[in-house]
Design a protein around this ligand. Structure first.
Ligand code: ADP
Length: 326
């Protein structure tokens, strides 16, 4: 149902009273090691929802790599296209203070060695699903190569995080481009975005992607695409386009562009780590099932909301039953 191209990291987390200043040593809690990385997070989130999911990634031939492969497999993710070796598994060194503020150092390791030839080696996997999603914790040229390998009609979903300016080729492939406010500003290259999320979405759409989703944390999300597109492909999707639960077309859209506000679900947020990854995975999966962009985004908002009600990234991801019960 979904193929994810992206990173896999071991998150090494230590709780501290105070994050250390330059030259300072502080004592912290016992070390906790969690499977993470945006690619692995997306794959686990989709698999938890019931999607048949494969990950194209690279880990080290080391204990962290084996930890990641185990956690992916036990979540039901197909790891046949996860290469091992070439560099140590990527790690994120995370210190968290009692207020929840953190300092993070990421060593990309094997993620930085996921090469265009790895994408070519995974061509069969990349052509096996209706949707392929990616993020930017791996080399940009590998993401670009994966896009070039896609079968005609395969939908490509990109969350450009950490953000960089994108080539016209990559932008044109995104359907949708999924960004938060910070990512939107980097992608726009400092150009004017406008005063409201609806305007940001329209400004981003003008840069060339086929559709755009702006995520707004507790405020939900905004989708934008050419008007009338929802009807192409799956005829039943056209009828659903306007009926996304609670979603309503914004009136400020100029003719030709359909901008839709997707409300969030009110929850008690405990830990927002990995919520964006869960949102992206859920959205990509639902698009592959033939849902319209606003309907898929409304579902993804429920998944993102469920993910913030529990600690952790992958550990916080809901099943389809838990989403339905929300
Ligand atoms: P990112 O982590 O990439 O910045 P967001 O924080 O915008 O992404 O979260 C992604 C999605 O998860 C949001 O669009 C929303 O649907 C959901 N979400 C995130 N935080 C909350 C929250 N506090 N309450 C409800 N939903 C949330």
């Amino acid at each position: 149902d979904l193929v994810v191209v992206g990173s896999a990291n071991a998150d090494l987390v230590i709780g501290v009273e105070r994050r250390p200043a330059a030259g300072e040593t502080v004592l912290g809690s016992d070390l906790a090691v969690h499977p993470g990385g945006k690619g692995a997070n997306q794959a686990v989130a989709a698999a938890r929802l019931g999607a048949r999911t494969a990950l194209v990634a690279r880990v080290g031939d080391d204990p962290h790599g084996r930890l990641l492969l185990d956690s992916l497999s036990s979540s039901g993710v197909d790891t046949a296209a996860v290469a091992a070796g070439g560099a140590p598994t990527g790690v994120a060194l995370i210190t968290v203070d009692p207020s929840g503020d953190n300092s993070i150092v990421v060593s990309p390791g094997a993620n930085g060695r996921l090469a265009p030839e790895d994408a070519r080696a995974a061509e069969r996997v990349l052509r096996s699903a209706p949707v392929v999603s990616a993020q930017l914790e791996i080399p940009l040229e590998t993401v670009t190569e994966a896009v070039r390998l896609l079968a005609p009609g395969t939908r490509f979903v990109l969350n450009p995080s950490p953000p960089r300016e994108l080539s016209a080729e990559l932008l044109a492939a995104c359907d949708p481009l999924i960004v938060n406010e910070h990512e939107a500003r980097v992608i726009a290259g400092g150009g004017p975005l406008g005063d409201s999320p609806e305007e940001w979405a329209r400004a981003l759409l003008a840069l060339g992607p086929r559709s755009v989703v702006v995520t707004l944390g507790a405020e939900g999300a905004v989708t934008a695409e050419a008007a009338g597109r929802a009807g192409s492909g799956d005829p039943s999707a056209a009828g659903r386009a306007g009926s996304a639960e609670g979603a309503e077309a914004a009136e400020s859209a100029p003719p030709g562009v359909e901008v839709t506000r997707v409300p969030s679900v009110r929850v008690d947020a405990v830990d927002t780590t990995g919520a964006g990854d869960a949102f992206t995975a859920a959205l990509a999966w639902r698009l592959g099932l033939g849902e319209s962009l606003p309907a898929a985004a409304a579902y993804a908002a429920r998944v993102g909301a469920a993910a913030v009600t529990r600690e952790g990234a992958q550990a916080s991801y809901p099943t389809a039953e838990e989403v339905a019960a929300l």
